[in-house]
Design a protein around this ligand. Structure first.
Ligand SMILES: [Zn+2]
Length: 494
């Protein structure tokens, strides 16, 4: 306390704290000088709204930094190196983060191992900082952590290839805490088309999803894992919405009407998510939120230059074992490259949030920063510490406290609860009827059950799927004979 202020306090103390009429206390104790109440500080209403919110962000790529760079979330890092650490989280009042378990397609043959390593890296951070951070798996967990003033860490898998076409692995990922899965990353996998390569004639596409892909969505509903439609192709998106019995999320996607990138969502898609009662979490990446930046960034000539630079770097830093040079190695170069384009104003990001709120409704928009996964952020938004600026901008545009709280996290929490309730219902229903799933039949075939035995089981329990031509071929590949296929075809239960 400064001396002048102390003097003022004492003056106030003698003048007002001890009323003249009050008798002196009986016991002769030395009364401690009571601190005068400082004049009420003018509270910034936007900051007050921000401080009272439970803020949830649904996409940050920090786990690679945990794992590959041995980054500790307790370290204070310059914004040039990272967008997230505990100090910045506190400053930005972030309540919960969905850390992205992003498996680079370069890890082919080891997708699940890589995903598990990244998952472990998130748990390790929570274990190192138990006083400030905790793992969370449900909407209630997030609320509880917030009440305990702890930052909640959750996880989402980015790219369905991580489950290696194995529904059992999907369930295992749920068990170790994964609470959403982005059906594809930029790569089309073996059961769903991605927006990232949809124009590449060398990639086999399905016009959306295969039967397996549709079953993955159903199983995610049953498990209570949120279905994330960021990154998927438009056809995959619309098919997902016809299948999913629970609301979906776009964990990090912006508006295509404002910034014309296939990663962004058209107004029709925004309205479809609203009908599904889901939520679109707006991505902060400069190239997804500002049309001028996007054009400059993706200029074909510039892209050629960038690709050449990255190729030269990869050649220079080639791995002795011939394995490909990964994202982590070139991210520095990519950041430097992106820095040549002037950052768009923060207004561009706010325009996207505003647009989604107007087209889909304020109940269907949220924040999906893509922190630590993008090479450029809008001006004034250097890291998670700057989240209050988003609240201030929304407040200036006339958004009410209630609506801002929905955008900052309330909507996501509602969707998560809805997904949890849907899973409960589906699990109860499944117990009651108990027909065999496609995967159970595949597993038994793969484990060489005899035809006679399988036919008995199928007739007794029935199956819950149609024997489509695609499934028929897959069962045949697992050596199912005609009698088995016939029994399956006749045993569909409603
Ligand atoms: Zn992404």
């Amino acid at each position: 306390m400064k001396p002048a202020y102390l003097a003022l306090s004492l003056l106030l103390f003698s003048a007002s704290v001890l009323p003249q009429s009050r008798p002196a206390p009986h016991r002769s104790v030395v009364q401690k000088p009571v601190k005068a109440k400082p004049a009420p500080r003018k509270v910034d209403p936007a900051q007050a709204i921000h401080d009272s919110a439970l803020i949830i962000d649904t996409h940050a790529d920090t786990p690679q930094r945990f794992l590959d760079e041995y980054f500790d979330i307790g370290e204070n890092t310059p914004v040039s190196e990272g967008h997230i650490d505990l100090g910045k989280i506190k400053k930005g009042n972030l309540g919960a983060e969905f850390f992205s378990i992003w498996v680079e397609p370069e890890f082919k043959g080891h997708y699940a191992k890589r995903a598990l390593d990244l998952i472990d890296a998130v748990y390790q951070q929570a274990a190192r900082h138990p006083d400030q951070m905790t793992m969370a798996f449900t909407a209630d967990d997030i609320v509880r952590a917030h009440e305990q003033h702890k930052f909640a860490a959750l996880m989402g898998i980015e790219g369905g290839h991580a489950i290696e076409n194995d529904i059992h692995l999907l369930r295992d990922f749920y068990r170790v805490g994964v609470r959403y899965m982005t059906l594809t990353w930029s790569n089309t996998n073996e059961w769903a088309d991605s927006s990232g390569d949809i124009k590449d004639p060398n990639v086999k596409h399905y016009g959306g999803m295969t039967d397996v892909g549709k079953d993955v969505v159903r199983e995610m509903n049953r498990l209570g894992m949120m279905v994330d439609i960021s990154h998927v192709s438009d056809a995959t998106f619309f098919q997902t919405l016809t299948i999913s019995q629970a609301p979906v999320i776009a964990s990090h996607s912006s508006s295509r009407a404002l910034t014309n990138h296939p990663r962004n969502m058209t107004d029709d898609m925004l309205r479809a998510v609203a009908l599904n009662n889901g939520v679109v979490q707006v991505n902060f990446f400069s190239a997804f939120i500002d049309e001028d930046f996007r054009k400059a960034f993706f200029d074909p000539e510039k892209m050629k230059q960038r690709d050449a630079e990255v190729a030269a770097f990869a050649k220079e830093h080639a791995h002795a074992d011939g394995s490909p040079v990964g994202y982590n190695e070139v991210v520095g170069l990519e950041k430097k490259w992106a820095a040549q384009f002037p950052r768009p104003p923060l207004k561009s990001l706010i325009d996207h949030i505003d647009h989604v709120a107007k087209v889909a409704g304020v109940d269907h928009v949220g924040l999906g920063s893509d922190f630590d996964g993008v090479t450029s952020l809008p001006q004034d938004l250097d890291s998670v510490a700057d989240l209050p600026k988003i609240t201030a901008a929304l407040y200036q545009r006339g958004y009410s406290k209630e609506d801002i709280h929905k955008i900052l996290g309330g909507n996501l929490l509602r969707v998560m609860r809805d997904v949890e309730a849907t899973a409960k219902r589906l699990q109860a229903e499944q117990k009651a009827s108990d027909p065999l799933t496609y995967y159970q039949v595949s597993l038994m075939l793969g484990n060489r059950i005899t035809s006679a035995h399988l036919i008995d089981v199928v007739r007794e329990h029935g199956v819950n799927f149609d024997l489509t031509p695609e499934r028929r071929e897959e069962f045949k590949a697992l050596k199912a004979d005609d009698a088995v296929l016939d029994a399956i075809a006749k045993s569909k239960k409603k």
